[in-house]
Design a protein around this ligand. Sequence first.
Ligand SMILES: [Zn+2]
Ligand SMILES: [Zn+2]
Length: 292
Amino acid sequence: MLHDATPCDPPAEDRLILLGTKGGPRPSLLRSNPANLILSEGSAYLVDCGYGTTRQLLLAGVQPHELDAIFITHHHSDHTLELGPLLYQAWVGGLRRPIDVFGPPPLATLINGFFASLWFEIATRMEDEGRSDPRQLVRIHEIDAASVVLETANIRVTAGQVHHPPLRHAFAYRLDTHHRSLILSGDTAMCPGLVALARRADVLVHEVMRVESLPKLVAGLPNALALYAHLLASHTTTEQVGAVAARAEVGTLVLNHFVPGDDPAITEEMWLAAPRRVFEGTVIAGRDLLAV
Ligand SMILES: [Zn+2]
Ligand SMILES: [Zn+2]
């Protein structure tokens, strides 16, 4: 927290809304792809922007042009696929002030490439409808090391390096407001960097993977063996995530980025059982549009 305050659950003026809780790039009707909305003291922040984010944002009552800043954890498409379209929707919806977008390289390539791909349409609207140049409404901040990336009177956002091979740059974000501290793990294997970043935070929103369900997840895929190896090397299991929360001594653990996130045979209790065995704080199984 920025200042001493009693953590509440959740403070009315400071809410985290899980917009999409399914890990992995494929879409599903059970869960939307990763995105998290933080509403604090009149500002709106988005962490990650997977497929379906714009619609989930509308369901949470926020218009794209009302966002103040967007933080991208890493460049797997379940975290970035809708970034360009969301920025487009902010522009076409009447954006007047710049949006700050933070994330690892090649963030600028991703955003500028999107605008380049849509340039005929954008140029037409600029000339025909008198709209401004959308590229001037997006401030791109590439992050290549752990650091405080945003600090205002109301919030401090710190990026911490996590372990998500084969990516060189993958970040978790810590958001400290006047009311509480929130950690968004992004995608990561269990790693000391995340534990250090999350130290004594009020809420840790952490990715989770159920190893017993992976054979069914990869069955029949042409890349089954390579995908299975990637998942084991790059993500945190139900057995490990409780240990991360316990080591970091956080107050509440919120499970997020479920892998698999589209298997109706896995119940909420099945996700919660292992972390609750090793972490004595509150453990919540995230779901789309849950406010914490
Ligand atoms: Zn992911
Ligand atoms: Zn990833």
